[in-house]
Design a protein around this ligand. Sequence first.
Ligand code: HEM
Length: 206
Amino acid sequence: MARNLFDPVNKALRRVPTWSVYLLGLLPLGWISYETLTGRIGVDPVRGIEWSLGLWALRWLLASLAVTPLRWIGLNLIRFRRQIGLVAFGLVLLHFASWLTIDMGLRWGQILADLYKRWYILIGMSALILLLPLALTSNAAAIRLLGSQAWSRLHKLVYPAAILAVLHYSMVGKVYTTEMLTYAAILAGLLGWRLVKLGPKRLVLA
Ligand code: HEM
């Protein structure tokens, strides 16, 4: 087999247990807790926690989408893909839970009003709903039950989910910051690369 630049890294990664991704996923939580306890999270800690969880969720979601393109250039992280996706989903759930609890205080009337009033929340919610079947089927039993082709097709829901997530982010601030545009560009790059390499038909159906 032809050698590539990443061979030593791939070899070393084969010895890394897949559960270590979950440990890595705990780091943002440690960081957010540290920033909260030391008062560095911002003048509005509720918003700071909510925003940090949202940003980390987006970063992990984009990381899960980067696994296949990285494989094309020789870096093999396929073994860790399921764990990366699950960490992303866990962070989305925590972001959602932070809105429901520390922001809305579980006041259901206000929650419904917020959903109706702020469109970006509905869009974030749609992303979460699209990710739900992916998280529920990220196990060997579900792959066996669905068959690998149906399973891969189902997991293409991650594309619209990621697009909705970036749209949600872009609507929160109402201004296009460099950070927001960077995430949008990374997503466009990752999806565009797939489109060019696989073609529209395989991108959606394969
Ligand atoms: C894939 C799903 C989601 C992702 C990746 C995501 C990501 C983000 C990001 C990056 C931000 C802005 C952070 C910043 O500006 O620094 C944000 C803000 C926010 N998100 Fe999400 N989000 C998702 C789903 C949701 C859901 C399901 C809800 C609630 C139903 C939600 C509610 C909010 C709220 C309330 C804010 C803050 C808005 C404000 O400051 O007024 N998000 N989210």
